[in-house]
Design a protein around this ligand. Structure first.
Ligand code: ATP
Length: 367
């Protein structure tokens, strides 16, 4: 029997629509090959362009479609020249995290064979870890609430709660278990904090230890964020699942994307108890928007994460097979070309998208 999934599609701003179109095409093609699942894609409006036209960045109708969808695909959003009156950028993706309680920001870091990484000394094939970025509180709890007093003193307040931290660590230990079972991880969680300086982080670390007692099969480790940044460059293979506060996670995710070879390759997911959003790590890249050479791979790999998540959550194993097909197809395109400009090539978004679609087809024949 075919399970039908409603997918909310936020095509976003800048290069957003350019990378979303081929992603939907890949998902559509895969759903036509597997009888176990199919998709209804629902295009929804949000973002800086929509705000400029209507004064609303995340209309309530769009939020409602997202709430009732089985999963949400979201491309990059925000444009530097379109801002709220207080000067901050339009970021419906942050509002969605808060509205839908998407507390776990999952950012996998791997170097696809054949991909050049700025890291030369490490054994690149051993780099396979996941940053779990808390995505609803931390320093971002202050989003839209910061104060500047008399043009002299500015304040933003970080918030760490027991409820969210417990769920976050539970999620991360389960992920470490899943990775250990799949052979992609060794079964280790590292709490990344600044517990030597801030009470909030000592509290965060304490909760990691409390939750860790329920997972005796998983090793718990802790590291300060500054040392973690160093080790991500010097010995990235020591990490498996890394859990951290929102702002630290924001920064370390971009470092992770750099290790992978660039933002155009880095996928991500924001996951809660009931909802999940899948979006690339990169922004709307206004400098290259409309020029036809945006790299769609980060968005397409985010869609693979969506297939994994739906496959596990709704018990549809062929969706997990389809996710593996996407990853293999991307790996073969990385190895054999074509490449977009961010990866040193000259190919267009259309060239890469066609190559990935063709490679998906080829992988299926031997799967
Ligand atoms: P945000 O703060 O919204 O995440 P950002 O300031 O990190 O955005 P991006 O929009 O991600 O900036 O772009 C950073 C650089 O990376 C830009 O030069 C952009 O052209 C490039 N870039 C980002 N995504 C892609 C992509 N998919 N393909 C090619 N280049 C990209």
């Amino acid at each position: 029997m075919t399970k039908k999934f409603n997918i909310a599609v936020f095509k976003g701003d800048g290069i957003g629509p350019e990378v979303m179109a081929p992603t939907v095409a890949v998902l559509q093609a895969l759903s036509e090959r597997f009888s176990e699942f199919s998709f209804d894609f629902h295009a929804v409006e949000a973002g800086a362009g929509h705000y400029a036209k209507t004064g609303k960045s995340l209309p309530s109708e769009s939020l409602q479609v997202a709430r009732t969808a089985d999963a949400i695909l979201l491309s990059a959003m925000g444009l530097p020249e379109i801002r709220y009156p207080d000067g901050t950028e339009i970021a419906p993706q942050i509002e969605l995290r808060m509205e839908l309680d998407l507390y776990a920001g999952v950012r996998p870091v791997t170097v696809i064979p054949g991909q050049d990484s700025p890291l030369k000394s490490a054994d690149l094939s051993k780099i396979d870890f996941v940053i779990v970025r808390e995505s609803t509180e931390g320093l971002f709890a202050s989003h839209g609430k910061g104060e500047v007093e008399n043009d002299e003193t500015a304040r933003e307040t970080m918030v760490i709660t027991r409820t969210v931290s417990q769920k976050l660590f539970d999620f991360s230990f389960r992920l470490a278990r899943q990775r250990k079972a799949a052979g992609t991880g060794v079964g280790k969680v590292t709490c990344v904090d600044k517990a030597n300086v801030f009470k909030a982080f000592a509290f965060f670390r304490k909760i990691s230890e409390e939750v860790g007692r329920n997972y005796p099969d998983i090793e718990l480790d802790a590291a300060y964020v500054d040392a973690t940044a160093l080790w991500m460059v010097q010995k990235p293979h020591v990490f498996d699942v890394m859990v951290t506060e929102n702002m630290f996670g924001d920064i370390l995710s971009d470092l992770g994307a750099g290790i992978m070879g660039g933002l155009g390759l880095a996928p991500s997911a924001d996951i809660g108890d009931k909802h999940a959003v899948f979006q690339p790590c990169h922004g709307s890249a206004p400098d290259i928007a409309g020029k036809g050479f945006a790299n769609p791979i980060a968005m397409i790999l985010s869609a693979a994460m969506m297939l994994d998540w739906l496959g596990y959550e709704r018990d549809v194993p062929s969706m997990i097979t389809a996710a593996d097909i996407i990853r293999s197809a991307v790996a073969s395109v990385i190895a054999d070309g074509p490449k977009t400009r961010d990866l040193g090539g000259t190919a267009t978004t259309g060239d890469i998208s066609a190559a990935i679609l063709a490679a998906c087809e080829a992988v299926r024949e031997t799967a």
